[in-house]
Design a protein around this ligand. Structure first.
Ligand code: FA5
Length: 362
């Protein structure tokens, strides 16, 4: 009987070690410890037919063997479970070389694209890009541009005035103005056009000047298909000894030819801006409706793209130049307007609508 037990022990140990899956192991458990036909269970059951002495001797060995086999089964089960986890990992492994899920990609806003394009064209004509503040003083936005407080032209630019705490007012004095004017403090506003940059730049630089100044402008006015309360302008300024309207026309024609790259008709209309003399409005035949009339061009067939003119002597004076020594032209162009023409956009309000269906097209 003892020999049988020793043989069973080594068989069980071998089979437990050889079990590759938990199902294999369960079969081994049933083979040795199963209630009905387990080999060790069978030996223990058979003890009742043996002598008391034999029962004690074999019984203790068989019981020890049962415990040992049980322990080995549990140990192997733990090993197999660990292994199963390993294989689960194998099944669910991550392929780090697999291309990721495609994330929707943003595009550059059409106005930024237009601005970049415009800057490139003017750069090839020798213009540099400068910037000015969007929160501007009354002086630079109006007075320095020959628009004094009581001048009716101020009505042309409905203005977002900014509230200023009393204790900050003294910080925005304009040295030139405080010397000459009764006004001791400067009211702040959101600039209504980019023209203040002309004076700011001329104060710090001497001619010859060839600059463009793109940026936002704000007007406190109702919106429609071609007007927004916040829009982008591109200021242009060229100053030297003998700059004429012919230079202005040549620069503008070259710009529009390159920007639209299709044949466009441009017209210069006499107009009034206090900071130029003479002044013009630059219109383009409406590309959206081919000049037939639509909501963008207010049924006129023409869309106003820019104001322009020859820099007024008073502006030169305010910037510290002698108007007898220099001459120059300036213009202020609506970037949304030229974008609308180029891409046939029927409503200016789409630019700031945040509508992805619109933005995706650029
Ligand atoms: C001015 O703002 C002048 N500073 C332009 C100028 C510069 C004249 C230098 C002479 C010399 P105006 O208000 O016309 O002018 O605006 C210029 C351009 O800005 C317009 O032709 C138009 O293209 C654009 N613009 C004006 N108002 C709006 C608006 N509410 N929404 C969108 N674009 C506008």
């Amino acid at each position: 009987m003892n020999n049988d037990l020793i043989k069973i022990k080594s068989e069980a140990e071998g089979e437990i070690r050889a079990a590759k899956t938990t199902a294999d192991l369960e079969r081994v458990r049933i083979l040795y410890l199963g209630r009905e036909q387990g080999k060790i269970t069978g030996i223990l059951r058979a003890l009742k037919n043996t002598s008391a002495e034999e029962r004690v001797r074999v019984g203790s060995f068989a019981n020890a063997l049962r415990s040992e086999v049980d322990r080995l089964l549990q140990q192997r089960m733990a090993e197999l479970k660990k292994g199963t986890m390993g294989s689960a990992l194998k099944e669910e492994w991550i392929d780090v070389t697999r291309p990721g899920a495609r994330k929707p990609k943003g595009t550059i806003h059409p106005i930024t694209q237009v601005r970049n394009n415009v800057e490139k064209i003017f750069a090839t004509m020798g213009f540099s890009v400068v910037e000015g503040p969007e929160v501007e003083t009354e002086w630079y936005n109006f007075d320095a541009l020959n628009i004094p407080a009581d001048h009716p032209a101020r009505d042309m630019w409905d203005t977002f005035w900014l509230k200023q705490p009393e204790n900050q007012k003294s910080e925005i004095l304009n040295p030139k103005q405080t010397q000459n004017s009764k006004l001791k403090t400067q009211k702040l506003l959101l600039r209504t056009h980019t023209s203040p940059v002309q004076v700011r730049y001329m104060e710090k630089n001497n001619p010859p000047i060839r600059i463009i100044a793109p940026g936002r402008a704000y007007r406190y006015e109702a919106t429609d298909a071609s007007h927004d309360f916040q829009f982008n302008q591109l200021e242009g300024l060229m100053v030297d000894k003998k700059i004429t309207i012919a230079n202005f026309k040549a620069v503008m024609e070259e710009f529009f030819k390159r920007f639209f790259s299709v044949g466009t008709t441009i017209r210069l209309r006499p107009s009034f801006f206090p900071f130029v003399e003479p002044g013009f409005e630059i219109d383009i035949s409406c590309i959206v409706c081919a000049g037939h009339g639509c909501s963008v061009c207010k049924r006129t067939g023409w869309l106003e793209l820019a104001g322009a003119g020859m820099v007024h002597p008073n502006v030169f004076k305010h910037a510290g130049y002698n108007p007898k020594d220099v001459s120059g032209f300036a213009f202020g162009m609506g970037l949304e307007r030229i974008a609308m023409m180029k891409y046939k956009i029927p409503d200016i309000r789409l630019f700031n609508s945040g509508d992805v269906r619109f933005l995706k097209q650029f």
